[in-house]
Design a protein around this ligand. Structure first.
Ligand SMILES: [Zn+2]
Length: 264
């Protein structure tokens, strides 16, 4: 189905999607070659299963562009910035590490809570070529039976990858949002040499530094022991399966989304 917004999205955002996918999504042949069938080394998990995301922004002329790309993280709950340097946020893009860029239930819910006009997901399909699909809500409220799997595909996954899902690391924007100035001094005071008589005064200065640099001190991450998390499992399909199953996913979602996928 020809759709103006979809055409515009692929035309104006396609090159940015492609770049992010090539940089962040591992080729299929590399994933799933783990002999023991699971990933428990945090570096391996972040290497193979990381996702990156960014807001889709519209500038003052209505032209679409990608906003700031968030730090890679694993699984749903990856934070995508709500801010656009120019214009306003109209949607979001994120990558999927494994074959299949159909939206998960949290993907759909987050997009709708954020009132996005559309969202796109990118990954690799046949011959490891970058591929993205975009989803525009039809206006019908999405509903799915919470007790059934959201997709019932006609093909079994090639394999399941068991991995250790660590707790997501804090990022600067998120911490600034949840912490008061006094919290910032308490939590991060050791990493900054700022003067001030009260926690609030020092925290405000720390806030200004973090806002300016848009990052947290690396030492902060070394402090956390990284032990929080849980075992999780992801289905992995072959690229050829993925191409067929994309069509099944679009069909499944067709009442709720106008969807289209393209190689980039
Ligand atoms: Zn997703």
């Amino acid at each position: 189905m020809a759709n103006k917004l979809l055409d515009q999205a692929f035309k104006e955002l396609g090159p940015s999607f492609k770049e992010l996918i090539e940089k962040n999504v591992e080729p299929f042949e590399l994933i799933g070659q783990e002999d023991d069938g699971y990933l428990d080394d945090p570096d391996g998990v972040i290497e193979f299963l990381r996702e990156v995301g960014a807001p889709i922004c519209a500038d003052d002329n209505g032209r679409l562009y990608l906003g700031k790309v968030a730090e890679p993280c694993v699984g749903a709950g990856c934070r995508i910035s709500a801010k656009c340097p120019v214009g306003s946020k109209v949607g979001s893009f994120h990558t999927h590490p494994l074959v299949g860029v159909w939206p998960s239930y949290p993907d759909i819910m987050t997009s709708s809570q954020e009132h996005e006009r559309f969202f796109c997901i990118g990954g690799r399909l046949v011959d490891d070529k970058p591929y993205a699909a975009c989803y525009i809500p039809t206006g019908k409220t999405f509903y799915t039976d919470p007790f059934k799997p959201m997709y019932r595909f006609s093909e079994e996954p090639a394999e399941s990858i068991r991995f250790w899902r660590g707790e997501p690391e804090a990022d600067a924007e998120y911490l600034l949002e949840i912490f008061s100035d006094a919290d910032l001094d308490n939590e991060l005071g050791d990493y900054y040499e700022v003067e001030g008589d009260t926690p609030e005064e020092r925290g405000a200065k720390i806030r200004a530094i973090i806002e300016r640099d848009d990052e947290l001190p690396p030492e902060y991450f070394e402090m956390s022991d990284g032990s929080g998390g849980e075992w999780d499992e992801l289905d992995s399909y072959s690229p050829e399966q993925g191409e067929r199953l994309m069509e099944e996913a679009f069909k499944r979602l067709s009442m709720f989304f106008i969807a289209e996928g393209r190689y980039l």
